[in-house]
Design a protein around this ligand. Structure first.
Ligand SMILES: Nc1nc2nc(S)n(CCO)c2c(=O)[nH]1
Length: 161
């Protein structure tokens, strides 16, 4: 059986070969001590939200189990972003890879450098739609994630690829 806490990670890329970047990030994640990748959703092409003057993204969500603490897990995610050449030119701007810690078990974490559940995840089709693919019974912000996915995908451009 998988060991540790079940977490959900959002993966996104809109620079370079986005699908290859995400596949590489998943491989690095699976090869990280203290992390096992349990499942991932299909890939989606998604309209940029937040900073919209940029290309469409490829997004997915993965379920992992980890024995790492939230901070240690966050450091591993950032290390993978750096390894794949993440350059922060414009905050919210284009990126080769983005790994967001969405959920860490049922924990609520409010620290300057870490907020879990991710504060904007319930507003983002690019998170909620793939999340509903792998865990439709989750409840986010008091709403079943599969209902949230149906509602948000009617408002934001998102295409299964
Ligand atoms: N569609 C889409 N829009 C985004 N805006 C930001 S910021 N990001 C980076 C993830 O927080 C994304 C993204 O991954 N996908």
């Amino acid at each position: 059986p998988a060991e540790g806490i079940r977490c959900f990670i959002g993966l996104g890329s809109n620079m370079g070969d986005a699908e290859a970047n995400i596949k590489q990030a998943l491989k690095l994640l699976a090869n990280t001590g203290g992390i096992s990748v349990a499942s991932r959703a299909p890939f989606y092409r998604t309209a940029p939200v937040g900073y919209t003057e940029q290309d469409y993204f490829i997004n997915t969500v993965a379920a992992i189990y980890t024995t790492l603490s939230p901070k240690a897990l966050l450091e591993k995610l950032q290390a993978i972003e750096n390894k794949l050449g993440r350059v922060r030119l414009i905050r919210w701007g284009p990126r080769t890879i983005d790994l967001d810690l969405l959920l860490y078990g049922n924990e609520l974490i409010h620290e300057p450098d870490l907020e879990v559940p991710h504060p904007r995840m319930h507003q983002r089709a690019f998170v909620v739609v793939p999340l509903a693919d792998i865990c439709p019974d989750l409840v986010i912000n008091g709403e079943k994630v599969d209902e949230l996915a149906r509602r948000l995908s009617g408002e934001q451009d998102i295409y299964a690829i």
